[in-house]
Design a protein around this ligand. Structure first.
Ligand SMILES: Cc1cc2nc3c(=O)[nH]c(=O)nc-3n(C[C@H](O)[C@H](O)[C@H](O)COP(=O)(O)OP(=O)(O)OC[C@H]3O[C@@H](n4cnc5c(N)ncnc54)[C@H](O)[C@@H]3O)c2cc1C
Length: 491
């Protein structure tokens, strides 16, 4: 069977490896010049930056991917636990180091709130209980056919806190603004707002704080590089700089795709291109109705991001590998991003400083700072063309105020990535970086499934599909698509 994959992001690479390991003839068509999609890199002037993910959670899924292809992840990638996992900086001067050791973290919390230190373990138990109730029903379930939906019968929406919001439930557990902000931030891992998303998303702290959050030695791009290598070993062919313009359909069945003006016949397509973009721009109206295209374009994307890559000619003692500088008015920040759809006046700023763990990522005595501020998806309410330069200066001066003295004077290399760039480069829906949002309790049910109901032989993988964004869920989307492929084949 000849299978074409549109896109060499983590979703496309995972599907390519799994399909090739089963003996299929697989070809990948990728718009850009290299594999990885949003997991990407910039290398310049002795600095090396990851431009996408900086933290790997649920590594068992990556491990399973390698194993299903007959390889061992640990022979090819070195996962490093970090200590502290992350350093959180607050504008009142509090510094909170979070460790994977619970008692060490509780001691840190007790420095500003004894009460919250004892609530910490209770919250993690609550978070784990949501995971245990939802993982098999939602994440590891394609949620496609009748049998899949039967698994939901056992689920109580009260038991998974679906009727509260992340923010309200976090406030029930904690009194200090420090821990409230800390736990609400996890909702941004899938690009949603803690003030809108159902409290079920309080499952995310479990995957980082109980199961572990990892760095990959050499940088997260090593994952993409290694999966690309693995796909090659398994016989996958790659066509780079090869945008797909059209999916060919005949009699409601996939027959091929068009790239560079040429028709490439195939029996099946796995689309790793954004699902909304795929449905609305790559498929003719005769094959997917106008009504369904409209429904797809109404799916709310996750937030986007404003990224600054700064090469600086010094190190800052207060920076560890992962660092967060919280805003003061947290709710107002999310209101600006998710409701007003403008950049926050007082942003929370994340810095990944991988030269802390891999000194070779920057010239000696220098640092490579990957700086990320959550940003609204493209909506026409904020012009990056007019504002990008000013917002870049604002982020740098905010960091100076929050302790990185004279940062501007030490910048020797700079590069920025805006939501417009995320759209232009990866064609992700409205520049979103994590796929679809989870801002309502029904989001999990409206997210595109891993197989088309309209077109036989068309499968979907990636963050814009079920079960959602972030590296592990994207890998799981490929497992879900494989399960459906084994069930339905070309039908
Ligand atoms: C700044 C940032 C920080 C992040 N941080 C984290 C993190 O710490 N941890 C984490 O787990 N996740 C993180 N994420 C999210 C994670 O990167 C994504 O969920 C994941 O990489 C998405 O993979 P994907 O395969 O779904 O899509 P993509 O990476 O977007 O891949 C899709 C591919 O399809 C190609 N394509 C699209 N249309 C076409 C077409 N018509 N023809 C040919 N090719 C096409 C694109 O060029 C792209 O290569 C972050 C993302 C960003 C941007």
């Amino acid at each position: 069977m000849k299978i074409s994959i549109i896109g060499a992001g983590i979703g496309g690479l995972s599907a390519a490896c799994l399909l090739a390991a089963k003996g299929h003839h697989v070809e990948v068509f990728e718009k850009n010049e290299r594999a990885g999609g949003k997991m990407n890199i910039v290398e310049a002037e002795g600095f090396r930056f990851d431009t996408g993910p900086s933290l790997l959670t649920m590594p068992h899924l990556l491990e399973k991917l390698f194993r299903e292809c007959g390889y061992e992840m640990n022979d090819h990638l070195t996962l490093l636990p970090l200590s502290p996992i992350c350093r959180y900086n607050y504008q009142d001067g509090t510094i909170f180091n979070c460790f994977d050791d619970r008692s060490e973290t509780a001691r840190e919390i007790a420095r500003f709130s004894e009460e919250d230190a004892s609530a910490y373990s209770k919250f993690l138990a609550y978070s784990e209980s949501i995971y245990l109730k939802t993982a098999n029903a939602f994440i590891y379930n394609p949620l496609f056919g009748f049998t899949d939906f039967r698994k939901l019968n056992l689920l109580s929406f009260f038991g998974i806190d679906a009727f509260s919001t992340v923010s309200k439930s976090v406030n029930r557990f904690f009194r200090s603004h420090q821990l409230r902000k800390f736990f609400k931030r996890f909702t941004t891992y899938n690009g949603s707002s803690p003030y809108l998303a159902p409290a079920t998303l309080n499952v995310i702290p479990h995957v980082e704080l109980n199961q572990g959050g990892f760095y990959v030695d050499g940088g997260l791009y090593k994952i993409a590089e290694t999966l690309f290598w693995l796909a090659g070993e398994l016989g996958v062919t790659f066509h780079f700089n090869s945008s797909v313009q059209n999916i060919q359909v005949s009699g409601k069945r996939v027959t091929g795709l068009v790239s560079k003006g040429e028709v490439n016949p195939c029996d099946l397509i796995f689309a790793n291109s954004d699902a909304t973009e795929t449905l609305t721009t790559l498929i003719d109206d005769a094959s997917v109705s106008h009504r369904k295209k409209k429904k797809a374009s109404n799916i709310e994307p996750s937030c986007s991001g404003f990224v600054l890559l700064l090469g600086i000619d010094r190190t800052y003692d207060q920076l560890v590998h992962h660092n967060i500088f919280f805003s003061e008015g947290y709710e107002q920040e999310f209101n600006q991003i998710f409701n007003q759809k403008v950049m926050p006046d007082d942003p929370t700023i994340y810095i990944a400083n991988t030269s802390f763990s891999n000194p070779e990522h920057a010239p000696e005595g220098s640092s490579n700072l990957f700086i990320l501020v959550n940003a609204p998806y493209q909506s026409g309410k904020y012009s990056w063309e007019s504002n990008a330069g000013a917002y870049e200066s604002k982020v740098i001066s905010e960091l100076e105020k929050r302790g990185l003295t004279d940062l501007a004077k030490h910048v020797t290399f700079r590069h920025r990535i805006t939501p417009d760039d995320f759209y232009d480069k990866y064609l992700s829906n409205k520049g979103s970086i994590y796929g679809t949002s989870s801002n309502t309790k029904f989001s999990a049910f409206v997210r595109p499934r891993n197989k088309s109901k309209d077109i036989a032989g068309l499968y979907f993988v990636g963050g814009s599909t079920h079960p959602g964004g972030g590296i592990p869920l994207v890998i799981q989307s490929a497992f879900n698509a494989m399960a459906l492929f084994e069930r339905y084949g070309r039908n």
